[in-house]
Ligand binder design. Sequence first.
Ligand code: ATP
Ligand code: MG
Length: 121
Amino acid sequence: MIERYTEPPVLVAGNSVTRSFPNGTTALAEASFEIRAGEFVSFVGPSGCGKSTMLRMVAGLDVPTSGSVERGEGEIGYVFQDATLLPWRTALGNVLLPLRLAGTKKAEAEERARAALEVVG
Ligand SMILES: Nc1ncnc2c1ncn2[C@@H]1O[C@H](COP(=O)(O)OP(=O)(O)OP(=O)(O)O)[C@@H](O)[C@H]1O
Ligand SMILES: [Mg+2]
C-alpha cells in the first residue's frame, strides 16, 4: 500500500503584509507566513518590530495597508498585550463577557466563567 503524506490545511496566512500608520510609521513591511493546523507558532522579535500589529490583523481588529491576511474556518481567541478590563464590571462580569457577546446563554456563561476563575484562583 502506498501512503501519501498530505500537509495539514493552512489556517492563517499573511501575504506580503504591510501596515503603515497615518503618522508615517511602517510597523510591518511585506511580511509573509503560513500557519497550518496543529502547528504551534511564535512571533519573536525586538520591541516595536510589529508582532502585536500582525496579531491584531490576524484577529480581524485591523487591516493591512497592502497585502492580505487570510483565515480559514474556525474561531480565533485573542489575549491583549495589556489588560483590557471593564472597570465597572465585576471580575466574573469581565470573564463572562466574551461568551455573552458570542451568544452563550447567561446561566451557561456564568457557570463557565466561574469555572475559569476557579482555575486561576
Ligand atoms: N496606532 C499606531 N499608530 C502609530 N504607530 C503605531 C501604532 N501602533 C503601533 N505603532 C508602531 O508600530 C511599531 C510596531 O508596534 P507593535 O506594537 O506591533 O510592536 P511589538 O512587536 O508588538 O512590540 P512589543 O514587543 O513592545 O509589544 C512600533 O514602532 C509602534 O510604535
Ligand atoms: Mg506587542
